[in-house]
Structure formats: C-alpha cells, structure tokens
Write a protein that binds this ligand. Sequence first.
Ligand code: F6R
Length: 357
Amino acid sequence: EKGTYPHYMLKEIDEQPAVVRKIVQTYRNEQGDLNIDEGIVKAMNDADRIYIIAAGTSYHAGLVGKQFIEKLAKVPVEVHISSEFGYNMPLLSEKPLFIFISQSGETADSRAVLVEIKELGYKALTITNVPGSTLSREADYTLLLHAGPEIAVASTKAYTAQLAVLAILAEVTAKSRGMNVDFDLTQELGIVANAMDVLCGAKEEFEEIAREYLATTRNCFFIGRGIDFYVGLEGALKLKEISYIQAEGFAGGELKHGTIALIENGTPVVALATQESVNLSIRGNVKEVAARGANPCIISMKGLETDEDRFVIPEVHGLLTPLISVIPLQLISYYAALHRECDVDKPRNLAKSVTVE
Ligand code: F6R
C-alpha cells in the first residue's frame, strides 16, 4: 500500500535507507560478521571468471557490481545484457560462474540465458527480490534482496538493494580468498543508509533542480567517469522512462568523440563527481560542455566539492557512492515526470516485468 504517498515510486525511493539496514541485518551472522551461504562462496572461489547477466536497471547494477567484485575479491568479471548474450556469446573461460541479477526473477531474456548455460553444465547464482521466482528456482543458488515488493515500474530500491547485496558478496568472497579488505563494510553501509536519509530529506532541492533544468527541455545528458558513469546510465534510464525526456549517459571522456555535437544553448548536463581520482577530469568535461552552451548541474560529494556544484551529497566510502549518488537522480526524474504530468508509476509502453524475449 502506498499510504500517504502520492506514488509508489516516491515511497520506494524513501524506503531505501531501511532496505539497506535490513540487508545488513539479514546478512549478518551471530558474531556480527557479514555472511553468505557457503555453497555460494565456494562457487565464487571455484570460478576463474564471473559473468553477470541482466537487463535494464539490473544491468546497471551489474556494472557497479563488477567493480565491487574485481576491486575487493580480485576475480575478473564480465557484465552482459541478457538479450545480447544468447546469440553473441563471448568465449567463455574454463570455469565460469554466472550471476543473474533480476528484481522480478521473471525477465525472459535473462531466463533464456540461464536455460542455455545450464544446458552447458555451468553453475548459476540468481540475485533477486522475489523468492520462488523462475530465475531463482532454476539457478543453483539464490541471494535475496529483501527490498519488499517494488510496485512502481521504474526500479529504485531494487537497484540500491542489488548494490548492497553485491557489495556483501564481494566482501565475503574477498575475505574467504584471504584478500585484505581495508574497511568495515557493515559500518560503511550504515554510513550509506544515514546518507540516504539525508538525501530523502532533501526532496525540495531535487524538485527545484528538476524545475530549473528539466521543465521544458527536449533532452538531457548524464556524464561521469568510472562508477559515476554507470550511475549516469541509470539516471538517464530513470529520466527517459518516466518523464519521456530523451536522456543519455556518457563516459565523460567520450563526449568529445561525437556526442558533444548535440550540446546546444541550455542543454542540461548532469555531471557526477564523487570519485577523487577523476574529479579534475570530469570537471574538465563540464567546462567543455559549458563552453558550448550547456547548462551543467554538477552533483559532487562532500570533500570534493567546488563553488560551482549544484548539490553535494554526504561523504561515503568511495566504492559505495553509487548507492547514494543515484538517489538525487531518482528524485530529479520523479519530479521532472510530475512537472510534465506523466504517469509516474505506470509509464507508457512499459511493463513491470518483461516476460517475453
Ligand atoms: C527500469 C526497469 C527495467 C528493469 C528490467 C529488468 O526502471 O525497471 O529496466 O530493470 O526490465 O528487470 P528485472 O530486474 O526484473 O530482471
């Protein structure tokens, strides 16, 4: 039930801090350590390469998940769009493990890949929000998101839940492989949840940003580098699916290789700057688009901010920024859709779960 909320999407955005806390609680053992089923950890350790298969928002979560697993557990990861994988299968490693990420657990494109790789005799782990869903039943292992039902067509809390579960999977795998994890993930996810509370409490700011940048625009670009780029892809998907504004996410450095031709006077460009190592270079990209008339909206993180930034998110661990930097993008999309009188929870042409290939 959406209670006093005007839309499920807004309710589900607001639930994100509680979902992250619930996930941490659920994946903790009696000693207080993060814990994943032994069979899954063994499958992660037996694999020489991990193949993440997903669609849409879940694919975007997979791109971030690759960073978590490679940086912490040091296992190579490939991320594939499920509808592409079937007829365009890459050369597989000797001991692959497949991870299917699917909020609904029913996406037909992902299921088709699962059927195919099971026939080849490979092991599969499904990360889903729905216990007993097709992808969960047909995989060898399941990790649940514990996000509660997601009703709005635009996925929000499932994305952040996927990231939290992937971070825990990466950390537990890393520790079991004797890799040094130099931070306490439980504590850092607590900081993330608190930061989410701050962002969910700043709705008027995001409504104002949506009004200022998106009220009448035809298009909008999202730029970032590294994991900020992946969050930008998700921001662009959110905006286009509910507000029908044409939106694209780009790697900051790739703009000048073509897309910059689309920048006109007043084109909104949302730039994410949460990563210290690329802070200067993304700001350089902002200058490039601003010089061509763009209307830049920089969203940075505390500690990296400058006077030109439109919004500064609270500081969290550098690897975990996607869990919070996505919230401004979700809320900006929500308000842009409202201002344009779109049906936020049931956008045109879209279904909550896509059960046809
Ligand atoms: C976007 C959205 C879709 C889904 C995609 C995969 O907001 O909801 O892009 O993410 O259809 O769905 P699942 O995760 O259920 O496999």
